[in-house]
Design a protein around this ligand. Structure first.
Ligand code: 13P
Length: 253
């Protein structure tokens, strides 16, 4: 059975300046325009201050806009934070939640991540929920239980294949140039699929992205693995040529 249409998402993290962001958005928009409609869905997630200008650069394009994080509350005294509704106003239709950099560097627990995912769904957007094991957890043979427990703790209750995407990002593969083997990716994605199918009526159609050192050279192999429905790309999404190669490597549906 053919899976869902792949999604290739670029997480720009805290990189580039305004001119870089709008130039990259224009370039991505141009190469996506030249692709057939059966090619992958494409998403870019710039830093907060550049959402509005990137939205403007993407106007009329089928490239979607996403944010890298949000606050769980709708409004209030949360200095420096941004609500899901504000992101929607800025042109976003996706928000990444629970990225390992947020979990590790900002102490976000599964409960916090779940509250953020719920906020994204309430605002009418799609949450990209990130999970993944550390190297120590993998070496201890705990990858599957760790990922399962992150999912149990952070999946929003009212999720469906339209408003939820799961991203499997092994922490040790992020920004390191190391990727898991095809068998390792297949095992984890298969386990995530089984969990989603058990919990949600359309879990079989939910997109499960792989993230961690995806590049123009390994994308074809990674995107061909069963239950890999796209990629969450960090470093390589900042280079338009590499990002284009990854988008073109996704199966057409
Ligand atoms: P890299 O592609 O740079 O390894 O980053 C992956 C990532 O964290 C995407 O969210």
């Amino acid at each position: 059975m053919a899976g869902p249409k792949p999604l290739i998402a670029g997480n720009w993290k805290m990189n580039g300046r305004l001119a870089d962001a709008t130039k990259l958005a224009n370039t991505v928009s141009a190469f996506v325009r030249a692709l057939p409609s059966t090619s992958a869905d494409v998403l870019v997630c710039p830093p907060f201050p550049y959402l509005a200008p990137v939205a403007q650069a993407l106007a009329g394009s089928r490239v979607r806009l996403g944010a890298q994080d949000c606050h769980a509350e709708a409004a209030g005294a949360f200095t420096g934070d941004v609500s899901a509704d504000m992101l929607k106003d800025s042109g976003c239709s996706f928000v990444i939640v629970g990225h390992s950099e947020r979990r590790a560097l900002h102490g976000e627990t599964d409960a916090v991540v779940q509250a953020k995912a719920n906020a994204v769904l309430r605002a009418g957007m799609t949450a990209i929920l990130c999970v993944g094991e550390t190297l120590a957890e993998r070496d201890e043979g705990r990858t599957i239980p760790v990922v399962a427990s992150q999912l149990v703790g952070s999946l929003p209750a009212n999720a469906n294949s339209e408003n939820l995407v799961v991203a499997y990002e092994p922490v040790w593969a992020i920004g390191t140039g190391r990727t898991p083997t095809v068998a390792q990716v297949g095992e984890v994605h298969g386990a995530i699929r089984a969990g989603l199918s058990k919990k949600f009526s359309d879990g079989a159609k939910m997109r499960i992205l792989y993230g961690g050192s995806v590049n123009g050279l390994n994308a074809l192999e990674l995107l061909a693995i069963a239950n890999v429905d796209g990629a969450l790309v960090g470093g390589a999404s900042l280079r338009a040529d590499a990002f284009e190669t990854i988008v073109k490597a996704a199966p057409r549906r």
